[in-house]
Ligand binder design. Structure first.
Ligand code: FE2
Length: 400
């Protein structure tokens, strides 16, 4: 009897799924009918991935909870240590009231800056000063400084791409960029409290249960910091990146780093409403996957990619950066992915390869994904797509 091609694929030892997430696979028009049928029989939900005007293929989440048992604390500790992302389904209560409190109406309105400034001034109990001195003038929309709390908050775009109406609201300590990794836990706590006073839904996204769970995984008590609220819209999302802040030192002792002077030990993203589709894996795994995929291209697989990269004059740097894992790791550690940009940011075939290798997950309201960080050489890389056509809200919480 012929084997089910889907079962074969899910059982492939080369496939290393994100722990805690339901399996996600690609579906392509030229797939065998047997595979397409097998997927359909266990299909949970189908997503057409599109980001910033570029199609990234069709993916299907499978109703195979037997393949994604709930993680125990020992598994979470092992994942944390390796900087492997993991999913905690139903991590928080889903509270319609909480998400309804979010000022969703800012995004994509014509007078966003004025409306946001009015909202924050009316809702903050402290004196604020609104400013046009933006650190990222292309994407920043509005910013307010709160001297009483030693804090700032800003509303911004995720990208300048046409048709991407995604927004984010970022909170930080002291002076933006300079103090993002400020060593004072007290000052981060002050900003967190301020953000929660403005957005009660943020506090709902960090229940005691989740705090205990992640503290247990990391082996130390974790506190929330650097909150960001995301409104991911169709065609929006985030390119592959890590959340390691400057100031980290690489460690090779295999133990959890003590990044001086303080350090963000990771991030947890909690889905508040709607859904997002994630690609997430450790930087070491991603470097190995880049090299593996490129070896296949060098051997003649996907010749159209070779042709298009030669034509775009990106083939040589991409080839040299992916011959070995070392240079690949260094390129991924850069904020712009350096010579790997054409591969990790916009290559449909590479996205599909990562999905079928197990590195994709779907998050719905109440789900969380943990993104551990031990410095630039051992951190969680992640890339996000909008998974819903309606309201989509998520909370990114820095962990210290
Ligand atoms: Fe991130």
């Amino acid at each position: 009897m012929a084997k089910d091609p889907l079962i074969q694929m899910l059982a492939d030892p080369e496939r290393t799924p994100i722990r805690g997430a339901l399996p996600v696979v690609t579906v392509r028009p030229d797939d065998e009918p047997g595979y397409i049928d097998a997927v359909r029989r266990v299909e949970s939900e189908r997503f057409e991935l599109e980001r910033r005007g570029r199609e990234h293929g069709t993916v299907v989440e499978l109703l195979r909870p037997d393949l994604s048992p709930k993680l125990d604390s020992r598994q979470m500790q092992a994942s944390w240590k390796a900087a492997d992302p993991f999913v905690i389904r139903d991590a928080t209560v889903t509270c319609d009231d909480a998400t309804a409190m979010l000022p969703e109406g800012w995004a994509a309105s014509t007078d966003e800056q004025a409306r946001w400034e009015k909202w924050i001034v009316e809702h903050a109990s402290e004196a604020l000063r609104c400013t046009d001195a933006f650190s990222d003038p292309d994407r920043d929309i509005a910013k307010a400084l709160c001297e009483g709390r030693g804090a700032w908050a800003k509303l911004g775009r995720l990208s300048t791409a046409d048709g991407d109406a995604s927004r984010r609201l970022v909170f930080g300590v002291g002076e933006e960029v300079r103090d993002d990794d400020h060593p004072s836990a007290q000052r981060h706590a002050e900003v967190w409290a301020w953000a929660c006073s403005l957005l009660p839904a943020l506090e709902v996204s960090w229940p005691d249960r989740l705090r205990k769970c992640l503290s247990g995984a990391s082996g130390r008590p974790l506190s929330p910091s650097n909150p960001i609220v995301y409104w991911n819209r169709p065609n929006g999302g985030a390119l592959f990146h890590h959340d390691a802040l400057p100031g980290y030192l690489p460690v090779d002792d295999g133990e959890s780093a003590e990044p001086p002077p303080s350090g963000q030990r990771g991030v947890v993203y909690v889905q508040g409403a709607g859904s997002t589709v994630w690609l997430a894996l450790s930087i070491q795994q991603l470097a190995a996957r880049c090299c593996e995929f490129m070896r296949d291209v060098v051997d003649g697989g996907a010749p159209w990619l070779f042709d298009s990269w030669v034509k775009a004059s990106v083939w040589q740097p991409l080839f040299f950066a992916t011959r070995e894992v070392g240079p690949c790791l260094r390129a991924l550690a850069r904020s712009d992915a350096g010579p790997l940009r054409p591969l990790v940011h916009g290559c449909l075939e590479f996205t599909g390869f990562l999905v079928d290798s197990g590195h994709a997950a779907v998050l719905r309201a109440g789900d969380a994904i943990a993104l551990p960080n031990h410095g630039l050489e051992r951190t969680a890389m992640h890339s996000v797509y909008c998974g819903s056509s309606g309201p989509n809200v998520g909370f990114s919480i820095g962990l210290r």
